[in-house]
Design a protein around this ligand. Structure first.
Ligand code: GRF
Length: 220
């Protein structure tokens, strides 16, 4: 049996994606050890969830650092010191400096609420509605210095309905996110999914397109 993967999670907000990861671990379907949950916001719900689950936490405010790079290097250095093998960004609402990301190449993933490459950045639900899209979704990707631009791993898709407004769309997407993220982390923890020079690989084969949540590979 492979050892549980040591993971750290970075989150700025309520932490429902973190909760989904913890629930999957508790259910026995996600072989990970949470070594740290960190946030740029001391008030983040994610920190409270981690405390309740007995996971070490770190609240580190960017205030008082000379610039973003100084903060990011400190934050990511502390995460490295936790012994994390994989870093999961789950609602971390900051752009991260390339110098801080470099040591994590292929070991850091992010969940983003759009069908990337559509709608990088903020207000993804609103932008999908404004564009008149028939479909919306969420993506998990390896993180690079390009905002929401790293190699795609997997997506969850859903139709946009006539009754959807921004809030409703976000609310309907969330349960899909909560399945997508643990499913991807599970493949990484099982040492099945990785980032190679050629792109994302699953069981040694390069992915021609992102995995789909409804596909067999992502079943928890
Ligand atoms: C999610 O929609 C995630 O895709 C985005 O930020 C939100 C975080 O929600 N990056 P939560 O804090 O996990 O509840």
């Amino acid at each position: 049996m492979t050892a549980p993967l040591r993971i750290a999670v970075l989150a700025s907000g309520r932490g429902s994606n973190l909760a989904a990861l913890i629930a999957a671990r508790d259910a026995g379907s996600l072989p990970v050890e949470f070594v740290l949950v960190a946030s740029d916001k001391a008030s983040a719900g994610a920190l409270r969830l981690a405390e309740a689950a007995g996971i070490p936490t770190l609240a580190l405010s960017p205030k008082g650092y000379p610039d973003r790079r100084a903060y990011d290097l400190d934050l990511f250095g502390r995460i490295a010191a936790s012994g994390a093998e994989l870093l999961v960004l789950a609602g971390f609402m900051r752009i991260v400096d390339g110098a801080a990301l470099a040591p994590w190449a292929g070991r850091i993933v992010n969940i983003h609420p759009s069908l990337l490459p559509k709608y990088r950045g903020l207000h993804t639900h609103r932008r999908a509605l404004e564009a008149g899209d028939a479909e919306h979704g969420a993506s998990v990707h390896f993180v690079t210095a390009e905002l929401d631009g790293g190699p795609l791993i997997a997506q969850a898709r859903m139709p946009i309905g006539s009754g959807d407004d921004e809030e409703r769309l976000a609310e309907r997407l969330l349960p899909l996110e909560h399945r997508l993220l643990p499913a991807v982390v599970r493949l990484i923890a099982g040492r099945r999914l990785a980032l190679a020079a050629t792109g994302v690989t699953l069981d040694g084969q390069r992915l021609a397109r992102p995995l789909n949540l409804s596909g067999d590979d992502l079943r928890l």
